[in-house]
Design a protein around this ligand. Structure first.
Ligand code: PLP
Length: 440
């Protein structure tokens, strides 16, 4: 542990007092909040000021792919800070060019331009704008059970949280993507669910008027909604529909990109290439806020002579750019993406299958790489999701045993950093095993 540990200084209490007095938290009712105090971290562990440590099976908001405080990324940021901490996006900056080059180098052929943003939501905002300008069309199709960010168009495109006021709802249409485990429709096999979802999407395209649709926006693997791996054939089928009707395909790789699935991009595993790729989180593990859109050549060419009306003061911020360079170089040099693939295939897949065989509360296990969800049910036949009180108890019991989980709705998402070791997986799985064996 490092010098950030300051046992007995009262800093935990001080942090909580300051937080509750002055910090207005996102996605929360404020009154009853008592957020976990985190003071430091290294690799897959974080700790508070009193030295209480947690094994981070959440990667925070599924973004710390390279683990906490990776020395190469910290050094890249501090080196850049010593040189130049901020510069307008209108300038040319070496760190920005190097970051863009490294992202392009990992992208499919035909993607040569990167538009930088401050995070994932504004990446989707700008992808939507690019698609609208490219097609001269308005509507954006996205799925129920999706999360694309919490800004104007991104939250309207989001399929979860439909109860959020949608003041900018113009031109957004939702459809049902594949989800065999809880399908609303007739399918009983993955093949049928794939066929059902593609038929349904084509009906929505035709029903909405294909020439009014600018883009289909999909998370390659819906993450927050439950790590719902698309059935084989689904994404190529969506691609074919987009081609048939002249629609731009935007794949949101904000959560699933940059190593989480054991590949640089999740779509590499599904036989599809989109027109626009949005990214954030894993590109620099969130060490400095950033994100962006990878733009395919035909769309980028639209703006050779025409102004793209988008951009933010901090787009392509030098500290963020340096952290991308540091993170991507270290991920390549240390085989971190390969580690995520191996852990998923050889360690997590069998361990989670064994856990499911032992605990009937686990209705389904889905995932790949270091991107998994345990779907908890009251009993396997009805697949009734476990309720919020029990999930709160599960979360508290996991935390109490030193495991920092990503718990959402009725699910435990198992999403440790890509650098996680076999021993850390064993430690975390043992804690989940112990908690699920309690009389919940
Ligand atoms: N897209 C996906 C798939 C996400 O999971 C998220 C955040 O969780 C976002 C977009 C929004 O990213 P940000 O919170 O950086 O705006």
């Amino acid at each position: 542990m490092t010098s950030t540990t300051t046992t007995g200084t009262g800093l935990n209490a001080r942090t909580t007092q300051l937080d509750r007095a002055h910090v207005f938290h996102s996605w929360s009712a404020q009154a009853a909040l008592k957020p976990l105090v985190i003071a430091g971290g290294l690799g897959c562990r974080v700790w508070d000021h009193d030295g209480r440590t947690y094994l981070d099976f959440s990667s925070q908001l599924v973004n710390v792919n390279i683990g906490h405080q990776h020395p190469s990324v910290v050094k890249a940021i501090t080196d850049q800070a010593a040189l130049l901490t901020t510069i307008s996006p209108a300038t040319a900056n070496l760190a920005r060019g190097e970051a863009a080059r490294r992202i392009v180098a990992r992208a499919p052929e035909g993607f040569n331009r990167v538009f930088f943003t401050n995070g994932g939501a504004d990446a989707n905002e700008n992808a939507i704008r690019l698609a609208r300008l490219h097609t001269g069309r308005d509507k954006i199709l996205s799925t129920y059970r999706s999360y694309h960010g919490n800004t104007g168009a991104a939250i309207v495109a989001t399929g979860d949280w439909r109860r959020v006021p949608n003041e900018y709802a113009r031109g957004h249409v939702h459809f049902f993507g594949p989800y065999l485990y809880r399908t609303e429709f007739w399918a009983t096999t993955e093949e049928q669910e794939c066929e059902r979802a593609l038929q349904h999407l084509e009906h929505v395209i035709v029903g909405e008027g294909s020439t009014s649709i600018a883009a289909v926006l999909l998370e390659t693997i819906p993450g927050t909604a439950g790590v719902m791996l698309p059935p084989p054939g689904y994404l190529p089928g969506v691609r074919a529909l987009c081609d048939k009707y002249g629609i731009v395909l935007i794949l949101d790789e904000v959560m699933c990109g940059f190593g989480r699935t054991g590949r640089w991009f999740a779509f590499e595993g599904y036989g599809v290439v989109p027109d626009l790729i949005t990214f954030a989180k894993g590109v620099n593990s969130g060490y400095v806020p950033t994100g962006g859109v990878l733009i395919s050549d035909p769309i980028a060419a639209d703006f050779d002579e025409t102004v793209f009306p988008g951009g933010l003061t901090y787009s392509g911020h030098p500290l963020a750019m340096a952290s991308i360079v540091g993170a991507l170089d270290a991920m390549s040099a240390e085989g971190i993406v390969q580690n995520a693939a191996r852990i998923g295939r050889d360690v997590l897949a069998p361990a989670l299958a064994a856990l499911q065989a032992k605990h009937p509360i686990i209705g389904a296990v889905r995932g790949e790489g270091v991107f998994w969800a345990l779907d908890l049910v009251t009993e396997p036949v009805t697949r009734q999701p476990v309720g919020p009180e029990v999930m709160a108890r599960i979360k508290a019991e996991l935390l109490g045993r030193g495991l920092l989980p990503f718990v959402i709705d009725n699910r435990i998402h198992v999403v440790p950093p890509c650098v996680v070791t076999d021993a850390e997986i064993a430690e975390g799985i043992a804690i989940i095993d112990e908690v699920l064996a309690l009389d919940l």
